[in-house]
Design a protein around this ligand. Structure first.
Ligand SMILES: [Fe+2]
Ligand SMILES: [Fe+2]
Length: 192
């Protein structure tokens, strides 16, 4: 890869891998949202759409750093396996858990060893946002499994997504600023 300093080669490889993961997650969640709508889990569909938007923000952030480091951006999209909405929620949670540990911690450790602050920032923002997704997916799984008629997973609802780091909340006024990146909460995108 011409244009990449030798010191940054592994960091760029990790950024490309994260970019591919985030891009595929975004496409997958948008597809899972369509399936959730069809299954009548319209609140789960809202969550999939919000998380899809957050993953798109992560992909954009990673791509920006790849370009800054002299790399080329390329993304391979994979076939999407669609199951029941409960299966899709479980697959989404497993993907988030893999990113939270081990993927992003390994990438952060490598970028830290090379003192690459831009890479550390984009990996860290994504990892912290994935924790909010894991929490919300776990909650949605429990509600779908419970079969409760009044569960939030059944009705369309708002989620709030940080436009900078993808932090995702179900609460319109959880904080004044994003707890991960400090962006003003009133700049958050409302996804339904
Ligand atoms: Fe996520
Ligand atoms: Fe943020």
């Amino acid at each position: 890869m011409a244009g990449i300093a030798a010191d940054n080669e592994v960091t760029v490889k990790n950024l490309l891998s994260a970019l591919e993961g985030e891009s595929n997650a975004s496409a997958k969640y948008n597809t899972f949202a369509i399936k959730a709508e069809a299954d009548g889990f319209r609140g789960a569909a809202s969550l999939f759409r919000a998380a899809a938007r957050a993953e798109q923000i992560h992909a954009t952030n990673h791509a920006r750093v790849i370009l800054q480091l002299g790399g080329q951006v390329s993304i391979k999209l994979h076939e999407i396996e669609v199951g029941s909405t409960l299966d899709n929620l479980k697959a989404a949670l497993a993907g988030e858990q893999y990113e939270i540990d081990p993927m992003y911690p390994e990438f952060i450790a490598e970028a830290t060893a090379h003192n690459n602050t831009a890479a550390i920032r984009t990996f860290h923002g994504a990892m912290e946002a994935e924790k909010t997704h894991a929490r919300l997916y776990a909650e949605a799984i429990a509600l779908v499994e419970s079969g409760a008629k009044d569960a939030w997973t059944n009705k369309p609802r708002n989620f709030y997504v940080c436009p900078v780091c993808g932090y995702t909340s179900e609460t319109p006024d959880e904080h004044d600023r994003c707890p991960v990146c400090n962006a003003p909460w009133d700049k958050f995108e409302v996804i339904r």
